[in-house]
Ligand binder design. Structure first.
Ligand code: ZN
Length: 244
């Protein structure tokens, strides 16, 4: 190879300042989540975060992608976890911090596209037992990145769990509502932080977010939005075995 060409190639390599390994598929590229895995998860390059109605006191639910994807197999359509859902599980249950950073970046970027202003960003807190066991609150990771990106105040302990209820996993909608009734308490006066963005990793039935939103509302917040990474409350919710 000509010496000049070799030098140019080396310089081009250096200019590619960041080479990432996609957290979902392991391919090399310039993004933490490659375009193919984003597309498979239902996110196109230019798409903004999705928005859905939410019951009061929450004004709107914003979510980056659906938890499940539909694929067509020889035997007909199937529902499976999206690449992002697999990455989220690795973050939550296998302590994969690289996946956590990538998901937080993605959520911050998508949430910024809302062009809404918030006085405070608050994560849904974990049960203290679960926090001890896991060592971190995945929603707080996401919320911190969102707050930093939006230039909003971040209150990691804005809400606390009032009761150490049973785990939500395996309960039906009614049981979840009973289990979570009055489960959250605001730790500060939100009447001076009226516009609050509540952040969680996944929405399933929506009960957790509604109860957390109610605690914020009772503490004075009036303009409450929710942002989640993945929405598992869609039509594929019946796919209980793969719920997060
Ligand atoms: Zn990928």
């Amino acid at each position: 190879m000509h010496r000049g060409s070799a030098l140019l190639l080396r310089l081009a390599g250096q200019l590619r300042s960041h080479t990432y390994i996609c957290i979902c598929c392991g391919s090399e590229g310039d993004r933490r989540v490659c375009p193919s895995c984003l597309r498979t998860s239902g996110i196109t390059e230019s798409s903004a975060i999705k928005t859905a109605p939410a019951g009061p006191p929450i004004k709107q639910l914003h979510y980056c992608a659906d938890y499940h994807i539909r694929t067509t197999t020889d035997t007909g359509p199937a529902i499976e976890d999206s690449p992002l859902a697999v990455a989220l599980r690795r973050f939550k249950y296998c302590d994969d911090r690289r996946a956590g950073r990538a998901l937080a970046d993605l959520m911050a970027r998508q949430t910024r596209a809302l062009e809404l202003e918030f006085d405070a960003v608050v994560p849904v807190p974990l049960h203290s037992n679960k926090l001890k066991q896991r060592g971190f609150n995945q929603s707080a990771w996401l919320a911190k990145a969102v707050a930093r990106s939006a230039g909003s105040r971040f209150f990691p302990c804005g809400l606390v769990r009032r009761l150490s209820g049973k785990p939500q996993c395996g309960l039906n909608g009614c049981e979840r509502r009973m289990n979570l009734s009055r489960a959250f308490r605001a730790q500060r006066d939100f009447s001076i932080y009226l516009r609050v963005l509540l952040v969680d990793d996944v929405i399933t039935t929506g009960t957790t977010l509604k109860q957390a939103g109610r605690a914020l509302f009772e503490a004075g917040a009036t303009d409450i939005h929710c942002a989640v990474l993945l929405n598992a409350s869609g039509p594929s919710q019946a796919h209980e075995t793969a719920s997060p």
